[in-house]
Design a protein around this ligand. Sequence first.
Ligand SMILES: NC(=O)c1ccc[n+]([C@@H]2O[C@H](COP(=O)([O-])OP(=O)(O)OC[C@H]3O[C@@H](n4cnc5c(N)ncnc54)[C@H](OP(=O)(O)O)[C@@H]3O)[C@@H](O)[C@H]2O)c1
Length: 346
Amino acid sequence: MESLLIYGAYGYTGERIARTAVERGRSPILAGRNPEPLHSLAADLGLRSRTFALDDDIEPQLAGIETVLNCAGPFEKTADPLVEACLNRGLDYLDITGELPVFERLARRDDEASAAGTTLLPGVGFDVVPTDCLAAHLTSRLDEPTQLSVAISATGSLSGGTIKTLINGLGSGSAVRENSHLRSIPTGSKSRVVDFGEGNRTVISVPLGDLTTAYHSTGVPDITTYVAVPDAAVHAIRLGRPLERVLSTTPVTRLLTRVVDRFVDGPTDAERAEGGTTIWGEAWSEPTGDTVESVLRTPDPYDVTVEAALAASEATGEVDAGYQTPATAFGPDFATELPGVSREDR
Ligand SMILES: NC(=O)c1ccc[n+]([C@@H]2O[C@H](COP(=O)([O-])OP(=O)(O)OC[C@H]3O[C@@H](n4cnc5c(N)ncnc54)[C@H](OP(=O)(O)O)[C@@H]3O)[C@@H](O)[C@H]2O)c1
């Protein structure tokens, strides 16, 4: 009997993961806080469901479960209660977060998770499976790697939940990892030009989850993560730093969240078929002076998320307890084993 529970199952991404699981003969238990959409999806897919909110007593709801896959974001609000319940019951915890503070908090619970026999594996979606595997691959190509950079160039649309998660993070600025420590830097203060293989693009530093996960996967002390933006946006972001503070105030984020609820349903199948990403990475060894570059190409991030989360949920039982990243759990080739993902070394 299937012992996977998908929390947040009726959200845009959770539903896609649940539907694909059923198409592949699996029968996860669906969960979430709102009975109506949950029961309707469970009935449609012929699956069992459990309704509970995260301020309820969660542990009894996890009876008979071995692995929890949390798809309810922003994870800043949902990860802690589910992780707590998993640690208390010795269950494995997976999620599809890309939020840096969540990775940091879970990484700090490594000893606790090892003692509980729990695997804590956040970030089994597009964030951070391809980038984390690319980081591990790059550093395996070098002796004594000391610096790592990763940059994402994406096309395609975002779902409402992803936009709300981005809104939640507005105004918190950017960050880099330096000498093994996270350091805050203003948004857009670090930029460079990257050859993604389709012409050069300007990238600006953003605080991706890889600042934690790549550090754990590779041990490299200096890491910067970037996304590609149009040149005009680079100037706007630099000029607009005071705007960042306005955007991050609670009334503004509440208003933006309501707008997203009203208008954004998430990318359609056709939009996802058009979407895709190129991920560039570079590792450098200061002692030897050697540099290596690799590039990953992926389908639309939501499709990668569905495939990666399902593959991770099938294999978590064999992973050591403690805090894990996709690359420490499944190796650097985990990403390239997903459909449509390819890698090229330079
Ligand atoms: N790793 C990746 O690459 C990746 C890919 C896709 C999505 N994501 C992230 O995954 C999250 C979900 O995205 P989505 O597109 O599926 O969004 P969505 O359609 O808005 O779904 C969000 C789901 O989370 C639930 N939820 C939110 N806050 C909750 C809370 N406090 N307690 C209980 N349930 C809660 C929602 O339930 P209600 O409707 O009851 O609020 C809903 O089921 C976002 O944070 C997004 O950024 C990450």
